[in-house]
Design a protein around this ligand. Structure first.
Ligand SMILES: Nc1ncnc2c1ncn2[C@@H]1O[C@H](COP(=O)(O)OP(=O)(O)O)[C@@H](O)[C@H]1O
Ligand SMILES: [Mg+2]
Length: 230
């Protein structure tokens, strides 16, 4: 642990251990930071390199401050998680969907070395995005892989739609707005995005036992023709 660093809190995390911490900063006070403790040093190293690569490409992510074995030190971002924006209706849907579309379009403009495919986020859950001063910052970059951007978009839309209370008109409008804004920047075929939403919802229905019937009934009611793109 960096000398003088003091743990002040812990974040919700399934895979790793993620802490909020403070570092003394001269006479001025303290600097707030985040310590992410991975299960292996290789995973910490991967996320560190991915963050440096993304920051250099202008994708908004927390600045990596240091790496120490399995521990990664990150700039603390004061903002609201996408999960909380949805739950508490904290930001206008028009504003956040446009900002998130911009974040994805910037990421997808990057290609992996030696591969013409776009770089994908791949882990698109609602706790992996923080909104701050009108911009989204992506979190959690253990894995970046090349592929079809429709996969990222379909996955995040599925998470938005299935967020409880799920499949409300507001959720449908948000997913629809996100796709509309994204397609202004990168004109993906709607059919591909729809396929990926359905694929992710089907996976969720398998994973989330207690929500399985509501997800399946949504999929059944629209019979694969989710009307998200008006
Ligand atoms: N730089 C950061 N600034 C503020 N909060 C953060 C930051 N990094 C992570 N968090 C918080 O910690 C949680 C878990 O971090 P994340 O990188 O997604 O790890 P995990 O792989 O365990 O999901 C996030 O959902 C967020 O609430
Ligand atoms: Mg995460």
């Amino acid at each position: 642990m960096i000398e003088g660093c003091r743990i002040t809190g812990r974040y919700y995390s399934r895979r790793n251990r993620v802490f909020q911490a403070e570092m003394p900063q001269g006479e001025a006070g303290v600097q707030c930071l985040v310590i992410k403790e991975f299960t292996t040093a290789a995973a910490a190293q991967r996320e560190y390199s991915n963050l440096l690569q993304l920051a250099a490409a202008g994708v908004t992510v927390p600045t990596p401050l240091g790496l120490e074995g399995r521990r990664l030190y990150l700039q603390h971002l004061e903002g609201v998680l996408l999960a909380d924006i949805l739950e508490k209706d904290l930001v206008s849907s028009e504003l956040w969907t446009k900002a998130l579309a911009g974040w994805y379009a910037r990421l997808h403009a990057q290609t992996a070395p030696g591969d013409s495919n776009a770089l994908l986020k791949t882990d698109n859950n609602l706790r992996n995005f923080i909104f701050r001063e009108g911009l989204f910052y992506g979190l959690d970059f253990e894995l970046l892989s090349p592929g079809d951007p429709a996969r990222d978009l379909g996955q995040i839309c599925a998470f938005i739609l299935a967020d409880r209370p799920s499949f409300t008109p507001g959720k449908l409008a948000a997913a629809s707005g996100l796709i509309r804004h994204y397609r202004c920047l990168n004109n993906l075929p709607v059919s591909r995005i729809r396929e990926e939403i359905i694929r992710e919802l089907e996976r969720m229905a398998e994973r989330r036992r207690e929500e399985s019937s509501s997800i399946k009934s949504f999929l059944g009611s629209c019979q694969g023709k989710i009307n998200l793109f008006s």
